[in-house]
Design a protein around this ligand. Structure first.
Ligand SMILES: C[S@@+](CC[C@H](N)C(=O)[O-])C[C@H]1O[C@@H](n2cnc3c(N)ncnc32)[C@H](O)[C@@H]1O
Length: 344
């Protein structure tokens, strides 16, 4: 501190304040092995859209990014990427291991079925935006079904993985390197944001930003870990003391990424989404039966797995089962504004 005062003797108050802010930011982000903040300056690399027409990866000037497949689906990216945690890029290998487990296959199987039902009601070859879509686990089946899918994610590594997986499956998905703070403008038939809200501090208008990307008549699918389901899981795996601790904890542990996250309930999310003008269509539970079965051994047996998946698909939209799973999925509709006088 003494050394800093001497060195800063020739600076104005404003400059000293700026230096202090930078030092604090360095302290916070450098001290945590899990948190990294992409600096505003120098500019981070621009979004690596599959059809990025720019050539200079470090130029901060606006550039045109293709979103979706049609040539008119373009937007100007300003070159500023919001601060994001890079814990995801660091733990991509651990995540890939998780996605191969039977319980992850249940998670994606059930969501795949719920989303398929939504798309059937929305039309053929619809436009889909997956915000924080990562390595494209939810997006790829939709692209394979012929939909026009764009994955938005701040992590270049995860987007690269999404592209690699799509190419291997013979599908096409567009990828845009961006986040909830700088979503591409436009409207989509179906917007998804799964397991991202919990990594946000809850202060920003994330639900509003997502709602504004849904065309009238379109749908939004939100998904996150169910805080109530975690209490039951702790009870089964660790006993009553562990369950009580989980119930009282301010934040939830995230094993795969070795970090913690905000607890996001479906009720709070639903009221935020309703305030943003959306109408709830359904709450779907995920990993309901799976998490009640503490012994994982039989889940690796294909015949048992099929039975478990069939049960999960039946339970996912039934009360009260849909409230006690590992995760919740909330589907909402952007109803076209009713005409004055009540005419449809
Ligand atoms: C747990 S993964 C979920 C990936 C995918 N949605 C799924 O459910 O399979 C969280 C994802 O959120 C992304 N992410 C982190 N910060 C974000 C932000 N500010 N906006 C959008 N996505 C973000 C991460 O890069 C990562 O791909």
């Amino acid at each position: 501190m003494r050394r800093m005062r001497r060195r800063d003797a020739g600076f104005s108050n404003k400059e000293i304040l700026r230096k202090l802010k930078r030092a604090i930011a360095r302290e916070v982000f450098d001290s945590s092995p899990h948190l990294r903040c992409l600096p505003d300056h120098p500019q981070p690399r621009p979004p690596s859209a599959s059809s990025n027409t720019g050539s200079d990866a470090t130029t901060p000037s606006p550039r045109t990014i293709a979103v979706g497949r049609s040539p008119h689906d373009t937007w100007q990216w300003t070159g500023r990427l919001s601060c994001v945690s890079d814990v995801f890029s660091e733990k991509l290998a651990a995540w890939r291991d998780y996605t191969r487990t039977p319980w992850a296959r249940i998670r994606y199987g059930v969501v795949g079925d719920v989303l398929r039902r939504q798309t059937e009601q929305l039309g053929e070859q619809i436009r889909i935006l997956d915000v924080g879509g990562g390595d494209g686990m939810d997006a790829l089946p939709l692209a394979l079904a012929g939909h026009d899918v764009t994955v938005v994610d701040p992590s270049e590594a995860w987007l690269g993985e999404a592209q690699r997986r799509a190419a291997a499956a013979g599908a096409t998905i567009a990828t845009v390197r961006a986040g909830l703070d700088d979503l591409p403008p436009g409207e989509w038939d179906l917007v998804m944001c799964h397991f991202v809200l919990r990594y946000r501090d809850g202060a920003a208008d994330d639900i509003g930003a997502l709602a504004r990307r849904v065309r009238p008549g379109g749908r939004l699918s939100l998904m996150d870990v169910n805080p109530d389901g975690r209490v039951l899981r702790e009870l089964l795996n660790g006993g009553p003391a562990a369950a009580l601790e989980e119930l009282k904890a301010d934040r939830a542990k995230v094993e795969t990424f070795r970090t913690s996250a905000r607890k996001v309930s479906v009720e709070t999310t639903m009221s935020e989404a309703t305030a943003a003008g959306l109408t709830p269509i359904g709450i779907f539970g995920n990993r309901i039966a799976n998490d009640l079965l503490v012994d994982n051994t039989s889940k690796h047996d294909p015949a048992f797995f099929e039975q478990l998946l069939a049960l999960e698909l039946e339970l996912c939209d039934r009360e009260p089962f849909n409230r006690v799973g590992f995760a919740w999925q909330l589907v909402l509709e952007h109803r076209a504004t009713p005409r004055p006088g009540g005419a449809p």
